[in-house]
Design a protein around this ligand. Structure first.
Ligand SMILES: Nc1ncnc2c1ncn2[C@@H]1O[C@H](COP(=O)(O)OP(=O)(O)O)[C@@H](O)[C@H]1O
Ligand SMILES: [Mg+2]
Length: 223
C-alpha cells in the first residue's frame, strides 16, 4: 500500500569542482510493514537518502514513489502537502519548538496538519509520551529535558499524525540500552500495526535485531 520505491536515484550537491556525489544510482524498495535499518560510515549518503525519501529534497536524477505516487512529478506545494500528511521524520539534530512543552510539541503537529486538537489527539499524545518513557515530562520545556528525552519527544511528534512512512535518523545513539530497545520497539510496533514503511538510520549494534532487513551504504551506493 505505502511501499517506498527508490529507483536509480542520484544526488549531486554543489556545482563545478565543488560537486559532491552523495548518492550514486541508488535503488531500494521498502515494503509497507517493513522496518529497514540503514547503516554505513559517516558521509556515505544515509541522511541524503532519508531526506529525499521524505520529500524534503529533490534528487538530481532518478525516481521516488510512495504508495504509487511519483514524488518527482509533484510541484513544491504538492510536495509540502505530501510531507505534512504522510511522513513522520526525525532528524539527527532534534528541532523541538523551544517555547512549547513536550506535550505541546506533539499536539502542535496535529494543528499544523490541519487536524483538531480534540480529546483523541490529547489521548494519542499522552499515550505516546507514556510509551516513550516521558509520562511525567509532558509539562517540561525542551530546555528542561536531556538530549535523549528531547530526541524521544521528536519521535513522538513524528508518530503523532499516524504517518504513512517513518524516517528516523539515529534514534538511539543518545539512549542507554533499555531505553534504546524501548524506543525501537515502539517504532517497530508502529510499522507493523499500521502497515507503514520505516527506515531507521543507525550505528547502534544493540538494536539490529529490531529490523527486518539491514542495508549498508558506502560512498553513495548500497553495498
Ligand atoms: N547540503 C549539503 N551540501 C553539500 N554537500 C552535502 C550536503 N549534505 C551532505 N553533503 C555531502 O554529501 C555526502 C553524504 O552526506 P550524508 O547524506 O549526510 O551522509 P551520512 O548521513 O551517511 O553521514 C557527504 O560527502 C556530505 O559531506
Ligand atoms: Mg547522517
Amino acid at each position: 500500500m505505502n511501499t517506498l520505491v527508490v529507483d536509480q536515484v542520484s544526488k549531486i550537491y554543489g556545482e563545478g569542482d565543488q560537486q559532491v556525489k552523495a548518492l550514486d544510482q541508488v535503488s531500494l524498495e521498502v515494503a509497507s510493514d517493513e522496518l529497514l535499518l540503514l547503516m554505513g560510515p559517516s558521509g556515505s549518503g544515509k541522511t541524503t537518502l532519508l531526506t529525499i525519501s521524505g520529500a524534503l529534497l529533490r534528487p538530481t536524477d532518478g525516481s521516488i514513489q510512495v504508495g504509487g505516487s511519483e514524488l518527482t512529478k509533484l510541484d513544491d506545494k504538492e510536495l509540502s502537502k505530501f510531507r505534512n500528511d504522510k511522513i513522520g521524520f526525525v532528524f539527527q539534530a532534534v528541532n523541538l519548538i523551544p517555547f512549547l512543552t513536550a506535550r505541546e510539541n506533539l499536539l502542535v503537529v496535529r494543528s499544523l496538519g490541519g487536524g483538531k486538537v480534540d480529546a483523541g489527539a490529547k489521548k494519542r499524545a499522552e499515550e505516546l509520551l507514556d510509551e516513550l518513557g516521558l509520562g511525567s515530562k509532558g509539562d517540561n520545556l525542551p530546555s528542561q529535558l536531556s538530549g535523549g528525552q528531547q530526541q524521544r519527544v521528536a519521535i513522538g511528534r513524528a508518530l503523532m499524525n499516524e504517518p504513512a512512512m517513518l524516517l528516523i535518523d539515529e534514534p538511539t545513539s543518545a539512549l542507554d540500552s533499555e531505553l534504546g530497545r524501548q524506543v525501537m520497539e515502539l517504532i517497530r510496533d508502529e510499522v507493523k500495526n499500521r502497515d507503514i514503511a520505516g527506515i531507521v538510520v543507525t550505528h547502534d549494534e544493540r538494536v539490529l535485531d529490531f529490523g527486518d532487513r539491514i542495508v549498508e551504504m558506502v560512498d553513495g551506493k548500497i553495498t
